[in-house]
Ligand binder design. Sequence first.
Ligand SMILES: Cc1cc2nc3c(=O)[nH]c(=O)nc-3n(C[C@H](O)[C@H](O)[C@H](O)COP(=O)(O)OP(=O)(O)OC[C@H]3O[C@@H](n4cnc5c(N)ncnc54)[C@H](O)[C@@H]3O)c2cc1C
Length: 563
Amino acid sequence: MPAHDVLIIGAGLAGQRAALAAAQAGSSVAILSKVHPVRSHSVAAAGGINAAINVADDWRSHAYDTVKGSDFLGDQDAIEIMCSEAPKEVMHLEHIGVTFHRNDSGELDLRAFGGASMKRTAYVADITGQAILHVLYEQLMKHHEQVERYEEWFVTSLLQDDSGRCCGVVARDVRSGRMETLKAKNVILACGGAGQVYSPTTNALIVTGDGIAQAYRIGAPLMDMEMVQYHPTTLVENGLLITEGARGEGAVLLNSEGERFMEKYAPNKMELASRDVVSRAEQTEILEGRGVGANKDGIYLDITKVPRKRTLEALREIVNIGKDFAGVDITREPIMIRPGQHYIMGGVKTDVNGATSVEGLYAAGEVACVSVHGGNRLGANSLLDTLIFGRRAGEHAAARAASMALPDSSDAQLREDAAMIDAIIARPRTGRRGSEIKQELGETMNQYVAVYRDQEGLEKAHEIVKRLQAESKDAYIDDKGTVFNQDVLGAIELGYMLDCAEATVVGAIERKESRGAQFRTDFPERNDEEWLKHIDISLNGDGPEISYSAVTMTQWEPEERKY
Ligand SMILES: Cc1cc2nc3c(=O)[nH]c(=O)nc-3n(C[C@H](O)[C@H](O)[C@H](O)COP(=O)(O)OP(=O)(O)OC[C@H]3O[C@@H](n4cnc5c(N)ncnc54)[C@H](O)[C@@H]3O)c2cc1C
């Protein structure tokens, strides 16, 4: 049975950063991913990464913007750590080979992003995630003697010893179908978010909430799950993202009357208000009949305001996306967009070192909720979150590993998981097809748990999620094989997505106020007196149980949020 000091599930930015940190601290490390590491969803990150690098900037200003962006739900101790450590982390990336854009004076160039009081987003054109991910992977190769890579392996369960400590995982080699128990002193979840719970979404097919559900199932609480970010600029046709970098470079939003309507909603920051504010403004324009397009369900994003040469240089990916997926040359005409699901602020509750309440289990990146984003994440703060808290989790797990023996584990869970997979493959073609259930889930969430929410819609969503949970138990699949059987993995992922959806809906029903991404039309005001607190969700028996935890305040008192 393979055994490691630190076993990392997920090889996106959080996972690879954690692996490097743990290896550099002297641990024996393994990193496991259900896709090849550089196909992890971090590769899609476009616009950039925030850090107060400019000499006129200060990390405290970045921290204040983040606290305000979070609608005061973010934990300020974690935000202070993230923002104060940001400049060093970005410089470190540059030193190991990330080719950040430089200006004519040779300094790191910074672009404007939403909710920021000054330009502080470092970028590599609009392929920032890809650039960082490839450089980190190259670094991992350098540590190949210490870091074992399980590429295209799918984790089916987290293991616990008799005293409840996390002591490894059960995983399936996607290429062959072979199951294996991997023992570890510490496991770090870096499995990304759960965007596929929604349809459409900007997130890739692999972003199915696996780590969130797996942690929840072994008793780790989830936090802030009701906070789901809708990004203001996703393609009407299919939900693909047009980076906020476009508005950072000067693109504007227009309604059917040709008005720059953000003047009404955020007169100071206009298109660069925080994402929840801009998405709500667009949705209001659409609901009030000022949308564009045949169905009046879009808004124009006019990128022709940006000099063509600059667009072709700094926004080249979205030039291609516009052409390939909407048939629009964004350098010459406006493109139709609307708010679309993009990111989840919630996740597995951790402390500032990534530790969860289950001993030996850590989480970092989008799977985790530390919580630096609170009710709303600022653009370009997620890459930073993955790297800062990925590193901290790696270092902490390595230090813990140095002072302990390998816990015991058996093959009992492996036998259970293998039987579960055989049972899925053997299901008769009687119930529904798994993919249909997934589609209904996504559309339900996008209808009732979106930019605007109310009690009636949320209860309806909950009812549907419960029904889909029951139907998923005998949903059938077509592929009966062992080699690259994505069908069977899809059935397992569907269970994870349904767990995440339920936690999101239950949290949204519970929070009877409007804060950040949660806007309740039946409770339209923020209510600090009753709701300035996190909603924690734990699995009790078969269903979610709610408790609360305090928001950590250090230096910023809640105030009215205006942009
Ligand atoms: C289109 C797009 C553009 C974005 N642009 C930006 C940006 O410019 N700036 C910014 O700050 N943020 C951006 N974001 C957000 C940011 O990219 C993500 O939040 C971040 O990259 C998540 O990284 P991660 O390491 O947590 O997870 P991911 O990169 O999603 O990695 C998850 C890993 O977990 C593995 N995994 C999952 N489940 C299993 C399992 N069961 N078994 C084994 N392995 C598993 C996957 O294979 C993968 O390796 C963007 C997001 C999108 C969708």
